[in-house]
Design a protein around this ligand. Structure first.
Ligand code: NDP
Length: 487
């Protein structure tokens, strides 16, 4: 990794040494080795970056839409041509296997950029918008926010998560190389206080946030004080309902994708798996057999499909939940658990110190258990049994969250009936997790406000302006129709 991996505020097309003295180390979660120093943006930096956006906005917003389209298409092409190097950076920064970052994170992020480059909007723009990202899909989140923002003619100040910041400068450089004018896409670094400062700033027109519900509440509250537009992409505790006629192989594969892809660090994870009591033995037997296909290992080996958790605090949180599931909830531990030696002993020497947990399955869970109610954001599946489909739907909806939901079954009519009753914004039938650029995604209930992607996703980056023109007739007045009087 070149020494230039250190990060400073990216303003007006280049990194600039931060005015603040604070910094922290970015860590490779598979080895715990430091990989870069991230310099926190000071308040002076943040003010300067927002003013850079304010200054760039008139030119970028009045650039003909077709020209903005050409520039963004070029950025998408550069991004694709750098898939390998960007995927390596994402893998080092997040601990995700290269097989995932190179085949999912970078290409699907580029898809979204290409999609919005072809769907540029004109008129009714916002101004300077803030994007605040979570750590789990760093470059993808940056692209989901910046592509429609820039396509609509706005400028963006983007703050990545302090845990996974490395991608942001790479993206900023790609935009610059493609012809995005200086000041249109800027990057700042730091933690929650940096995000909070941006959210409250009077020159910021809109905030697009991805993160936890508790943080989202603070961000939306601060933005509401200034009547700023917001998009909130928050957490979930999503249900998977396996119907009695489901193909067991498919249902098991789906439940595994819904819990172990990206080591369970996916917002739409289907962590509550509802299985008919009548087929629980078949389902669990096949699931345990298939768990052996989850492979931890060298993250650059194409057979590795399971990485470590992203950061030390997150590791402590997930381990805490597994412990709670065993000791307090007393759920049935079907697979995995706290004995990580089983997993790490098979790893290459240099990665053994990494933040690994075993993929874990709890069976015989009940709705009131903490591991069933709270978002764990790790590789922890909870299986719940049900007797009637009606009961499963009711229990699936019994949560303040509503991000995603899925159904597995052979009777497609019944699948549709069940999906239509589930309170969630992103739903799947007989599959889990795909999210193509044209599919608008967003949570219901406390899982979010608004959507990203698809045509609807562009609407979040433009304001409505209505103009009624009287075509040469009279003003429809009520005043000249009566006798005059003096008041
Ligand atoms: P957090 O809420 O902890 O952080 C998200 C971002 O907000 C980070 O950049 C963080 O900074 C920043 N932040 C923290 N406090 C504030 C504040 N007061 N004002 C403004 N910004 C602030 O989420 P995580 O990073 O832990 O991400 C995991 C969560 O994200 C999960 O709940 C997951 O479900 C959700 N998520 C939702 C998605 C969706 O599309 N619905 C997609 C992906 C994830 P820093 O971390 O640098 O301190």
């Amino acid at each position: 990794m070149p020494p230039s991996m250190d990060r400073h505020t990216f303003i007006n097309g280049a990194p600039r040494s931060s005015h603040g003295s604070k910094s922290h180390q970015a860590i490779d979660p598979s080895t715990l080795e430091p990989i870069a120093t991230i310099h926190t943006s000071s308040e002076t930096d943040l003010d300067d970056v927002i003013q850079a956006g304010v200054k760039a906005f008139p030119t970028w917003s009045s650039t003909p839409a077709i020209e903005r389209s050409r520039i963004l298409l070029k950025a998408a092409a550069i991004l694709r041509s750098r898939t390998h190097e960007l995927a390596v950076i994402e893998t080092r920064s997040t601990g995700k296997p290269y097989s995932e970052t190179s085949q999912i994170d970078i290409p699907t992020g580029a898809d979204v950029l290409e999609y919005y480059a072809n769907l540029v909007a004109s008129g009714g723009l916002n101004g300077v918008c803030v994007g605040i990202g979570a750590w789990n899909y760093p470059i993808q989140i940056a692209l989901w926010k910046s592509s429609p923002c820039l396509a609509a003619g706005n400028c963006m100040v983007y703050k990545p998560s302090e845990f996974t910041s490395l991608h942001a400068e790479e993206l900023a450089k790609i935009y610059k190389e493609a012809g995005v004018p200086d000041g249109v896409f800027n990057v700042v670094y730091g933690g929650g206080d940096v995000g909070a400062y941006l959210t409250k700033h009077p020159d910021v027109a809109k905030v697009s946030f991805t993160g936890q519900v508790s943080t989202g509440r603070k961000v939306a509250g601060a933005a509401a004080g200034e009547m700023k537009y917001v998009t909130m992409e928050l957490g979930g505790k999503s249900p998977v309902i396996v119907l009695p006629d489901a193909d067991i192989e498919n249902a098991v594969d789906g439940a595994m994708m819904a819990n172990f892809f990206s080591t369970g660090q996916v917002c739409t994870n289907g962590t509550r798996v509802f299985v008919p009591r009548s087929i629980k033995s078949q389902f669990e037997k096949r699931l345990v057999e298939k768990m052996s296909y989850i492979r931890a290992g060298d993250l650059y080996d194409e057979n590795t499909n399971f990485g470590p958790l992203v950061s030390k605090p997150h590791y402590e949180k997930v381990v805490g939940y597994i412990k709670h599931g065993i000791e307090v909830d007393k759920a049935g531990l079907l697979y995995g658990g706290l004995d990580t030696e089983v997993l790490t002993s098979r790893l290459p020497e240099k990665t053994r110190k990494g933040l690994w947990v075993r993929p874990t399955v709890f069976a015989d869970c009940t709705d009131s258990m903490r591991i069933v109610k709270e978002e764990i954001f790790g590789p922890v599946m909870a299986i719940l049994y049900y007797d009637t489909v009606e009961e499963a739907v009711k229990r699936a909806n019994d949560t303040p969250l509503g991000l995603a939901a899925g159904v597995f079954g052979k009777d497609i009519n019944q699948c549709h009936q069940v999906i239509s009753q589930l309170e969630a914004g992103i739903t799947w039938i007989n599959t889990w997790g795909e999210s193509p650029a044209e599919m608008a995604v967003g949570g219901w209930k406390q899982s979010g406000v608004g959507v990203e992607n698809g045509r609807k996703g562009l609407e979040a980056w433009v304001r409505n302006k209505s103009t009624l023109v009287e075509m040469g007739g009279e003003v429809p007045t009520v005043f000249t129709k009566v006798l005059p009087s003096k008041l």
